[in-house]
Design a protein around this ligand. Structure first.
Ligand code: AHR
Length: 511
């Protein structure tokens, strides 16, 4: 695979440059961009689950199916979310799944210690979540409790949801109204074991992982469940090294990685009224994902040269101060064009490293952090991040087209970032899609794309752009930002010319 190259120069300072060159090696497309990169995350946190996905069976104001909002189901179906991670996050290591099954009026309450200290009634549990995944048409990804649970609890959970024969757990499932198992493939073995998941050392966690993973399956994982080890935070390379060294490859489906775009954990800055400096710093953090993926992958390559184990970036996104007047433990933040830039650039990074990054989860789906959906009683809006992920879903399960990028810099003060981020893929019909992001806050960028191979006659596409970086959708103006047809691309033979407005995302289709 040709290496993706970011080489940028800062020579010119007026408004539209012609120094952005992309070369697409169309005939070299061979590695699949797993659709599982398009995963989302639903934690019991603030109003993600309760009040976001789930409004209760008895709700007569908000149309729902078994308590799950119909508008949310429709929006997530359209988004083609590939998997949904639940119930946490930090919450997962406090969650006892047996409290969330059976008649709802008999379920015990629990205190959500990590997120706002609120009391939950356990009305949204295993059946509710897995049935909801069926409604949405997405694969569930269950995060097991390792921090405060037991090996037996997690083994029982696997049996409860997956076992087809007769057993105490499958009998219990049937008593609770579900005859056939759900066949859940994706299982997290704890979450952030280095922090809220138990403050463990990597050595200790690697041993614990081996123990839990052993009892989740039979001798040779006949049921083919995909176990994911709790992974590193950002640049904690030692964590990945210790896990890869100490856990046999055949016990690992994936190793996780969490990376948030945050300026400073004690001074994150506002979600909407941010300065250009704050924008630049967030983009720097978002683009760091490229080197994180490269370096964690290099460690994995040492122990797993055949790339059998996936790097699973199961938490990523922008993290800002909560909106004024909201519960600080609920992590509710608006979503602007800045978030669209993070989403577009991050997905491009995942595509370009799809040989190792085969699963990922944006944090989080509704009303929490970089959400794709915000709700307010019966109202629901789609954020700029939603629109980027919807525009990009054409890449799901397509073959990644290797490319090289030479581009202008987006400079702020003494620092600079590459202005253009790109990825491309060929789908099963032969159509090629190219995703481009111009993160520059001021300059229009002219991008010249050379197609090495392929034979395309037409180009079309859509663009997401707006007047101000801080622009966002609101309940009063839900469609201020949405994708529109893009007229700024011209195809002449093997050359494609694209004019990208400042802070815009474009997805092109070539046929
Ligand atoms: O997404 C919010 C929290 O961030 C998750 O619960 C945790 O895993 C991470 O620290």
């Amino acid at each position: 695979m040709k290496r993706l190259l970011f080489a940028c120069s800062t020579l010119i300072t007026f408004n539209s440059f012609a120094q952005n060159n992309l070369v697409l090696n169309v005939d070299a497309a061979k590695t699949t961009i797993s659709r599982q990169i398009y995963g989302h995350f639903a934690e019991h946190l603030g109003h993600c689950v309760y009040g976001g996905f789930y409004v209760g069976e008895g709700n007569t104001k908000i149309p729902n199916t078994n308590g799950v909002r119909n508008d949310v189901i429709a929006a997530l179906k359209k988004l083609k979310i590939a998997n949904l991670r639940w119930p946490g996050g930090c919450f997962a290591d406090t969650y006892h799944w047996k409290d969330g099954i059976g008649p709802k009026n008999k379920r015990p309450t629990m205190v959500n210690a990590w997120w706002g200290g609120v009391t939950e009634d356990n009305s949204f549990g295993t059946h509710d979540f897995l049935n909801m995944c069926e409604l949405i048409g997405t694969e569930p990804y269950l995060a097991g409790n390792v921090g405060s649970g037991t090996v037996q609890d997690l083994t029982d959970w696997v049996q409860y949801v997956n076992f087809n024969g007769k057993s105490p757990m499958s009998n219990l499932r049937q008593q609770n109204g579900r005859e056939k198992p759900w066949h859940v493939t994706y299982w997290g073995v704890g979450n952030e074991a280095w922090g809220c998941g138990g403050n463990m050392t990597p050595e200790h966690y690697a041993d614990i992982y081996r123990q839990y993973a052993t009892f989740m399956t039979g001798w040779s994982n006949e049921t083919k469940i995909f176990r994911i080890a709790s992974g590193a935070s950002s640049d904690d390379y030692n964590w990945t090294e210790v896990l890869m060294k100490n856990i046999p490859i055949n016990m690992l489906g994936g190793v996780a990685l969490h990376h948030y775009s945050v300026i400073n954990w004690s001074k994150k800055g506002p979600a909407v009224d941010f300065s250009e400096e704050q924008y630049f710093q967030i983009m720097k953090q978002a683009l760091l994902m490229d080197s994180l993926v490269i370096r964690h992958s290099a460690i994995m390559d040492k122990y797993d040269p055949q790339k059998r184990v996936a790097l699973v970036v199961d938490e990523w996104g922008g993290w800002y101060d909560v909106e004024a007047g909201t519960n600080p433990g609920f992590l509710y933040q608006q979503n602007t064009m800045r978030d669209a830039m993070i989403a577009g650039a991050t997905l491009n990074i995942f595509h370009n490293h799809c040989d190792r990054v085969r699963m990922a989860n944006l944090a989080q789906t509704i009303n929490v952090l970089q959400a794709v959906i915000l709700t307010n009683e019966e109202k629901m809006i789609l954020t700029p991040t939603y629109h980027v992920m919807e525009m990009y879903n054409v890449h799901q399960d397509a073959k990644m087209v290797p490319l090289t990028v030479t581009c202008n810099d987006y400079a702020f003060g003494n620092e600079k970032l590459p202005a253009i981020s790109a990825s491309a893929s060929k789908d099963s019909t032969g159509a090629m899609h190219i995703s481009l992001v111009n993160i520059d806050s001021k300059a229009t960028q002219d991008v010249n794309i050379t197609l090495e191979g392929g034979n395309y006659k037409t180009v079309g596409g859509r663009i997401l752009a707006s007047g101000k970086l801080q622009d966002h959708n609101t309940f009063a103006a839900p469609d201020k930002i949405k994708p529109v047809l893009f007229q700024g691309a011209t195809l002449k033979g093997k050359t494609l010319s694209v004019k990208m407005p400042p802070f815009s995302v474009v997805v092109l289709e070539l046929k």
